[in-house]
Structures are given as structure tokens and as C-alpha cells.
Design a protein around this ligand. Structure first.
Ligand code: CU
Length: 262
């Protein structure tokens, strides 16, 4: 069916029905469903496995957003790849020019459906993002009183950590489990970015300006601390490790390093 025929078909509803009777459109939709399923499975099953271990409330939030947004965008990526797969697997052969594709641009019902559906997806994404950010901000203010304070200092090309309340300094990031932590982040030279990967927080380390970021470690284990801002020749090697420990282990570590439990 050509564009011309489609224009002659009386109602928009009938034009939509005729469109979905086309075998090329049906094949494209079938591929759309297959690709959508692939992305949903990726989001639900593989992303949580491939992502860094979830060791804090913020990383949990990141994981939720990553999985949720992958699922929301799956049908859109699915449709684009579905149409592409149909076009690639059913290429026109011979010397004659290919027939016209389906005229969907002027098809009222189809335009209405994709506008409304993609609008709903965008709204979900916006509301979700605002709710997650608010949850993190609220958690940070309610927990500030009991928090461990860590001064994070970036310099070319090492991280160092000061625990002012405990009187300890370290080149490893040691944290007690289930206790809020407040990072006061600063740089001694150029801009760096403090990124304790498994804690799901990342913030710039600037000279002369302290940036503050909070989280609550919720799982015992090792942390990778990286720099996430190109800061010179050895930026790629600007990393250290850390640990989320039990409260007892953390207090022991404090005292063995000459500090006092606080
Ligand atoms: Cu760097």
C-alpha cells in the first residue's frame, strides 16, 4: 500500500488498522517485542550482576534507578531496533525502486499513542528521579548527628582520609557499618572527583572549597576508591581501597592507629 492509498482510506482508525495488517509492520512489531524482552532481561537480571556491589543506601538507589530506567527505555530502544531489524532482514531486491513505506506521520491515532506513551515514560522518570534525590537528602539531614566525619583530601595523585573526631589519618577509607558517614571533600591542587564506587556517591574535590556528601554503608566488604575527574598524568592510577567493617573492628582499627573511639 502506498502513501496515496493510505490517504484515500476514509477514517484514521481504519488507516491504523490497515497499517498493522502490513506484513512488514507486523514483522517490525515482532522484532520490537523481542528486542524489548532482551533489554528488560538485561535490566532485571544482568545489570545487578554487572554493576559494582551494593554497599550503601545510595548505591541501592543507583541500582533501582538503573534497573527502572532500563525497563522504561526498553520499549523505545526495542521499537527503533525492531524497525531496523525488519529493514535489514527484508531488503528490497531487484532493479525497480522499493515501494513506499507506511505513512505513519499523518496517522492521528498512532501519533497520539506514541506521544501519550512516551510522555508517561518521561513523567515516570522525572517523578522517580525527584523522589530518589529527596529520599537521599532527607536521610542525610536526619542522620547527621550520629555520623562519622571523614575529611577526604585529593592531591596529585593520592587520596588521604582524616578522621577529625577520632584523631586518625589514613590512606585507606575505613568505615563502620550501618552508621551514617559525612565526607568533607577537598583538593590540595587541581580538581579531582572522589568516587568510592560501591557506596554509590561521587563528588568533585575542589581546591579551597569543601564539598559535602553523605551516605550510610549497609554491607561489610571492600571498597574501591577512585578519582573520576581527569587530573593529570597519573589520574588513572589515583585509586586506593577501603573497607566497611563491623563497629568493633572499626574501633579496634582506630585505637591501633593511635586514635580514640568517638
Ligand atoms: Cu583524577
Amino acid at each position: 500500500m502506498s502513501n496515496h492509498d493510505e490517504e484515500l482510506t476514509p477514517t484514521p482508525g481504519q488507516r491504523a488498522i490497515n497499517l498493522f495488517r502490513r506484513t512488514d509492520v507486523q514483522r517490525a512489531l515482532l522484532f520490537t517485542i523481542l528486542w524489548t524482552a532482551v533489554f528488560v532481561i538485561l535490566g532485571l537480571y544482568f545489570y545487578p550482576k554487572w554493576m559494582p556491589e551494593v554497599m550503601s543506601v545510595d548505591m541501592k538507589s543507583m541500582e533501582r534507578i538503573m534497573i527502572g530506567f532500563t525497563i522504561i527505555s526498553a520499549p523505545i530502544a526495542g521499537l527503533v531496533l525492531g524497525i531496523a531489524t525488519q529493514a535489514i532482514t527484508n531488503r528490497h531486491k531487484g532493479d525497480t525502486p522499493p515501494p513506499d513505506g507506511p505513512a505513519v506521520r499523518t496517522n492521528g491515532p498512532i501519533v497520539a499513542v506514541w506521544t501519550v506513551v512516551s510522555g508517561i515514560f518521561c513523567l515516570i522518570a522525572i517523578v522517580w528521579g525527584i523522589v530518589e534525590v529527596n529520599t537521599m537528602a532527607n536521610a542525610a539531614t536526619t542522620e547527621a548527628g550520629t555520623a562519622v566525619h571523614v575529611q577526604v583530601i585529593g592531591s596529585q595523585w593520592v587520596w588521604s582520609f582524616k578522621y577529625p573526631d577520632q584523631g586518625v589519618e589514613s590512606d585507606k577509607l575505613m568505615l563502620p557499618i550501618n552508621r551514617p558517614v559525612v565526607f568533607d571533600v577537598i583538593s590540595e591542587d587541581v580538581n579531582h572527583s572522589f568516587w568510592p564506587v560501591q557506596l554509590g556517591v561521587k563528588v568533585d574535590a575542589n581546591r579551597l572549597q569543601t564539598t559535602v556528601i553523605h551516605t550510610v554503608p549497609t554491607k561489610l566488604g571492600n571498597i574501591d576508591v577512585k578519582c573520576a575527574e581527569l587530573c593529570g598524568l597519573y589520574h588513572a592510577y589515583m585509586e586506593t581501597s577501603g573497607k566497611v567493617m563491623t563497629t568493633d573492628d572499626f574501633n579496634n582499627w582506630i585505637t591501633t592507629n593511635g586514635g580514640h573511639v568517638a
